[in-house]
Design a protein around this ligand. Structure first.
Ligand SMILES: C[S@@+](CC[C@H](N)C(=O)[O-])C[C@H]1O[C@@H](n2cnc3c(N)ncnc32)[C@H](O)[C@@H]1O
Length: 231
């Protein structure tokens, strides 16, 4: 009981921390990426697709420190929304490419403008957005980091995952998957090709609440050196 009370007391603290980070970073980058937007406002059918809600600013630097990303890395944000994660990756990591894939043309327009306003801060050589359903997006065979903030579920997630595994087999390499609110973790692990390599824990008391606050990093490896299902 004592643990639950302590955890509940943390909830307002985390909410305040997020609001402060939103204010400070949005001012710094001169962007506004924090509103939540429902898919029906964007004219997008919601089946297996999730509304726009940005990842917390403190999330990506904690799960993937800049020292672990190099000039050969290609980072793809699946469901890139207003481009917060693309902007953060491109300004933090000296990588080869950062690509945002997003279904809503309206959000792609906002994301492109957000990155353009910060062109002088970019550490990554090439930043681009693709307006597309992730289902139709061809996985680049040089992609090494895939980012998901629970953008879609069910058959859409399964299909995109299958394409990533096919790409890893076609062009053998390790792909790191950063997954915020990993609702489809089971599908990922059931490929037998992915294992969890890092966890940022969410808060209890409920398992649902804990998962929705958590971020995990996985590695997908080529078949020959693939790992078994992680426990
Ligand atoms: C939870 S938001 C994440 C936004 C951004 N990645 C971030 O972390 O700040 C999910 C985004 O995925 C987009 N989305 C949902 N289904 C999609 C699909 N099938 N293909 C591409 N984008 C999709 C939504 O429009 C929304 O912008």
């Amino acid at each position: 009981m004592a643990i639950h009370i302590a955890t509940l007391a943390k909830a307002p603290y985390l909410w305040i921390r997020r609001a402060v980070a939103d204010t400070l970073f949005e001012r710094r980058y001169d962007v506004r990426t924090s509103p939540v937007i429902e898919l029906d406002e964007l004219g997008i059918p919601a089946h297996e697709r999730i509304r726009y809600q940005a990842t917390g600013w403190l999330n990506l630097p904690r799960i993937l420190p800049a020292r672990e990303v190099g000039p050969h890395d290609v980072f793809v944000d699946f469901g890139s929304g207003m481009g917060r994660v693309v902007l953060q990756a491109a300004t933090r990591y000296p990588c080869k490419k950062v690509i945002g894939v997003e279904l809503s043309g309206r959000l792609v327009g906002i994301a492109r403008a957000n990155v353009a306003r910060n062109a002088h801060r970019l550490r990554c050589a090439e930043v681009s957005f693709v307006e597309s359903d992730a289902l139709d997006y061809e996985i680049p065979d040089d992609m090494t980091i895939a980012f998901f903030h629970n953008p879609f579920t069910g058959s859409i997630f399964a299909r995109v995952l299958q394409r990533i595994v096919e790409s890893v087999d076609r062009a053998p390499r390790t792909v790191r998957v950063v997954y915020v609110n990993p609702v489809e973790e089971r599908a990922l692990l059931e490929t037998g090709r992915a294992r969890v390599v890092r966890r940022l824990r969410g808060m209890r008391p409920t398992a649902e609440w804990s998962r929705s606050n958590s971020t995990r990093m996985y590695e997908i490896t080529p078949r020959a050196i693939g790992h078994g299902v992680a426990g």
